[in-house]
Design a protein around this ligand. Structure first.
Ligand SMILES: Nc1nc2c(ncn2[C@@H]2O[C@H](COP(=O)(O)OP(=O)(O)O)[C@@H](O)[C@H]2O)c(=O)[nH]1
Ligand SMILES: [Mg+2]
Length: 387
């Protein structure tokens, strides 16, 4: 079997026939052995229609699960049951055009391990959503791309339309929370290249969207779970937590020194900052960058380098305050922006110079044992290429 098309379905009685017809039309005349797998959780008569379709059409298979166990696990079940060398995952409601499948298979055959039709590259569009859902979708994508390195270069990581070579997921322990199976595949799969091709996401063909607030919540849980399972992605969150804790330590130390020991305010302030800096250093050394252990002379450099970088962070913050002052803006806002910028800068600098990866280091987690260098690229539409 060359191609398996996996379709999760829930109460899509008015769509399943149409999507099979469209897929058959799209693959007509192409020499390709393929199967269609519906993984269905419906509570209406969709399973009856699927059984009918399967009896009439040898390409169609379906598995009905008695409980509504979620879109993500339905796709994993589809991976398990299907046999194709290439897999395409798509929704049942025709928001994902089956006419793109031949191009996706071409990409998988000749170019890339993973192919993602994208609404957000030149030639693509997401006309299928109203303004509110576009905003929600943009926010969700941005959170995912900010939090997780492997999603950063993918413009459409939250859509349910993608293709892959089977070996990408063959050995991956997929355990998605909720709907966004693609982010699970991108984080846990083994692949060397991802290509995005443009497409127009259209309005639903029939029946209703099953998206809900619970699913948005599940998405955040999923992102957090993936982020926490990767030392590399977890690091920035830990860095911010330690920094926040450091502020509390700073204030507590200042209170004790100034009110308790009656030390001069300026001296107490400087001492409190030094104590906080040491506190932060120890946490970062033992927890935040614990995988980046150094040996020999490199080890003794950590503390002075950390102090220098912390001082440069103070300078960055002050620079922003000065900039806001010059522009006639509120200085306190400048301080806030400065703190954000300094946090980003000092994190990157510490990652690079205080705790650089040592050569003997083990991969950070199981998630990172796959390909470390992934090639990302996009292609233009056929129309654009011809013109
Ligand atoms: N098997 C299964 N499929 C589901 C479930 N929830 C949604 N789906 C299917 O997942 C696809 C995407 O859902 P849809 O309602 O179109 O979401 P939207 O496009 O984000 O509005 C459709 O094919 C649904 O039928 C579920 O719990 N189980
Ligand atoms: Mg849909």
């Amino acid at each position: 079997m060359q191609l398996s098309i996996v379709i999760p379905s829930f109460n899509e009685r008015n769509n399943v026939r149409a999507i099979v017809d469209r897929i058959e039309g799209a693959l007509q005349g192409i020499q390709l052995a393929y199967e269609i797998w519906f993984i269905d959780d419906s509570s209406d008569d969709t399973p009856r229609i699927l059984a009918e379709l399967a009896s009439q059409n040898p390409h169609v298979n379906f598995h009905h699960r008695s409980a509504k166990s979620g879109l993500g696990t339905a796709v994993v079940e589809g991976f398990r049951r299907s046999k194709g060398e290439y897999i395409v995952v798509m929704d049942a409601d025709l928001q994902h055009p089956p006419e793109l499948i031949p191009e996706m298979v071409n990409q998988l055959r000749e170019v890339s391990d993973v192919v993602i039709p994208s609404r957000f590259i030149a030639g693509g569009s997401d006309g299928g959503l109203n303004a509110f859902r576009k905003l929600v979708s943009w926010t969700a994508r941005s959170i995912g791309r900010l939090a997780i390195k492997r999603l950063r270069k993918v413009t459409d990581c939250t859509g349910g339309f993608f293709g892959l070579r089977r070996q990408v997921v063959e050995r991956a322990d997929l355990n998605p929370v909720g709907w966004k199976i693609l982010i699970e595949v991108l984080v846990k799969g083994s692949y060397q290249s991802v290509v995005e091709i443009p497409y127009a996401f259209l309005a639903r063909n029939a029946d209703e969207s099953k998206m809900s607030l619970t699913e948005q919540w599940n998405y955040l849980r999923h992102i957090f779970k993936l982020l926490w399972s990767s030392a590399e992605d977890r690091r920035f969150v830990l860095y911010c937590l330690v920094g926040g804790l450091g502020v509390l330590v700073n204030l507590a130390a200042m209170s004790v020194l100034f009110y308790g020991f009656r030390i001069h305010a300026v001296a107490a302030s400087v001492l409190a900052s030094v104590i906080a800096m040491i506190h932060n250093f120890l946490w970062h050394d033992r927890v935040t960058w614990k995988e980046h252990r150094q040996a020999g002379w490199r080890k003794t450099l950590r503390m002075p380098v950390f102090v220098l970088i912390s001082l440069s962070g103070i300078a960055v913050t002050a620079l922003f305050v000065r900039l806001f002052e010059v522009l006639g803006l509120w200085e306190l806002a400048g301080q806030c922006v400065g703190i954000v910028a300094a946090t980003g800068w000092t994190f990157l600098a510490n990652n690079r110079w205080t705790w650089p990866r040592s050569l003997q280091e083990m991969p950070d987690s199981a998630c990172e044992t796959g390909s470390s260098q992934v090639l990302y690229h996009t292609v233009q539409t056929t129309r654009e290429r011809e013109s």
